[in-house]
Design a protein around this ligand. Structure first.
Ligand SMILES: N[C@@H](CCC(=O)N[C@@H](CS)C(=O)NCC(=O)O)C(=O)O
Length: 200
């Protein structure tokens, strides 16, 4: 399997999942501006959507969309319990993944733009505060965002919370999220992924 990634981007989430599951894989860095990969491939022939992540399977198929890639990987090793195989919990975790993707990941996009207008920035910030407030309530004083174990939602939430500092959203407003971020950031799988991406 080969994961196409850009350092620190949302592809970090499936990268953490690969490390957590200790699945053999290779990585191929993508330059998101030129759409060229480190080995000179034209990334648009791998994923015509142009964004990371993409997972190239050994049989030549390519999977895209981070949530689905993480779910696919988790199901290769069900005993590690990164994603429930059945029952309501499966849909509850999917619901959380969709929330992170559509309500946090996609809300933050415009905030990366240094030229975002003040009015639009204030609106993004207000929405982000609401979204993170809900996540903070869900987390409470538990160790993981869903259930008793590390799941694919922790890999994704850690990844998006990492961006808050860059867009100047003060995570310290939610003490439990700050501690969560620090705690998840010390997991060996997370440290390996961060190191391989050159982030630490
Ligand atoms: N819906 C996609 C969104 C992926 C996405 O937003 N990727 C960003 C990095 S975090 C990217 O590659 N942006 C570059 C671009 O769109 O050209 C997913 O969840 O996988």
């Amino acid at each position: 399997m080969k994961l196409y990634f850009a350092p620190g981007a949302c592809s970090l989430a499936p990268h953490i999942v690969l490390e957590e599951l200790e699945l053999p894989h290779t990585l191929e860095q993508v330059d998101l501006k030129s759409k060229k990969t480190q080995s000179g491939e034209d990334y648009s022939t791998v994923n015509a959507k142009g964004y990371v992540p993409a997972l190239a399977l050994d049989d030549g198929n390519v999977l895209t969309e981070g949530c689905v890639i993480s779910q696919y990987l988790a199901e290769l090793h069900p005993n590690k319990q990164l994603f429930p195989l059945s029952g309501l919990a499966r849909y509850q975790l999917q619901s959380l993944m969709v929330y992170i993707a559509t309500e946090i990941h996609k809300t933050i996009g415009p905030m990366f733009n240094p030229h975002q207008e003040a009015k639009s920035r204030a609106a993004s910030e207000a929405t982000m505060n609401k979204r993170l407030g809900w996540i903070s309530e869900q987390l409470g004083n538990r160790e993981f965002i869903f259930g008793e174990h590390f799941t694919i939602a922790d890999a994704y939430l850690f990844t998006v919370l990492n961006w808050m500092n860059i867009v100047k959203v003060d995570l310290n407003q939610w003490e439990n999220l700050t501690h969560y971020q620090q705690r998840i950031g010390t997991r060996p799988s997370v440290l390996r992924a961060l190191k391989t991406e050159g982030l630490i």
